[in-house]
Design a protein around this ligand. Structure first.
Ligand code: ATR
Length: 273
């Protein structure tokens, strides 16, 4: 029998996950079907209940349900427990297992696809919402020289440092800074984890943040964001969007469900074209 999976979100019609997972299934010879399901804003738990009744094996969860998916999981992987958000659910007799593959997807994309090392580098993470929280533990695990988290609402960045500081190794400087307090600092990797690109806005970052040879990474994909334009003007050497992260997090989810690692490169190339 074909195993059923889906991505749940609201909105969800734009999701590329069905295409990505169909490619993974074809590539690895897995008999599975992956769809997109629009869950009502007040009906996430009910939708999960229905999918379990219908024999689904698991699902991905996207905006705005990642916090609810965490609460609904009966057990979590360590990285989901730390991030307090879940983007991948596995359904079993015993319960619902929650994982968060977003941060691992980001790290895999930077390291393997963009060939940029994170360890011993100066990293700036802009944003302190769900996307940034998912990235913090996997970034800290790479042991950068510095990981500075900056947010328009500085209290949220400070809260993230309080929550995650026990995960930072001693060699990593891990701190929160307001945007204007970044003036004069240089970073090897600047990651935009804000939703500013959705509204065609640019976070109010100071000039001169990009060190020589630096990578500017926007977690958004599908358009050139004001952050990317800013990074080009400011002399960042490499500019990346979040398409690779999307495919890499999907590959991590696929592994969580099926125990097989699909090849991501051909799928990234296919989506680009
Ligand atoms: P997500 O789950 O995508 O991270 P979120 O939890 O709503 O979404 O968080 C959105 C993030 O984008 C926040 O860090 C937000 O900053 P605030 O905490 O100050 O609201 C940030 N953000 C959105 N628009 C922004 C803009 N124009 N400039 C700077 N930061 C912005």
């Amino acid at each position: 029998m074909t195993d059923l999976y889906a991505v749940l979100g609201n909105p969800v019609a734009h999701s590329k996950s069905p295409l990505i997972h169909s490619e993974f299934a074809r590539q690895t010879g897995q008999d599975m079907d992956y769809g997109a399901i629009l869950a009502p804003l007040d009906g996430f738990a009910a939708t999960i209940g229905r999918l379990r009744m219908e024999g689904y094996r698991g699902c991905n969860v996207t905006v705005p349900f990642k916090f609810e998916a965490f609460s609904l999981s009966t057990s979590h992987t360590e990285r989901a427990e730390i991030a307090k958000t879940v983007n991948t659910l596995k359904f079993a007799e015993e319960g619902v297992f929650g994982d968060n593959t977003d941060g691992a997807g980001l790290v895999a994309d930077i390291r393997n696809n963009h060939h940029v090392a994170i360890s011993d580098k100066r990293i700036l993470l802009v944003g302190a919402g769900g996307a940034a929280w998912g990235a913090l533990f996997p970034l800290l695990a790479e042991m950068p020289e510095r990981l500075i988290i900056s947010n328009r609402t500085i209290a949220k960045a400070e809260e993230a440092v309080r929550v995650f500081s026990s995960r930072a190794r001693r060699k990593t400087e891990f701190a929160a800074r307001a945007f204007d307090a970044l003036a004069g600092e240089r970073f090897d990797i600047v990651i935009n984890a804000t939703s500013s690109g959705l509204k065609d806005e640019l976070p109010a970052l100071p000039q001169g943040l990009f060190a020589e040879g630096s990578l500017a990474y926007d977690m958004m994909y599908g358009k050139k964001t004001p952050f990317m334009t800013f990074a080009i003007e400011q002399g960042a050497e490499k500019i990346a969007d979040g398409l690779g992260m999307l495919v890499e997090q999907a590959a991590e989810s696929f592994f969580f469900w099926r125990g097989i690692r699909p090849e991501t490169r051909p799928v990234i190339e296919k989506l680009k074209s």
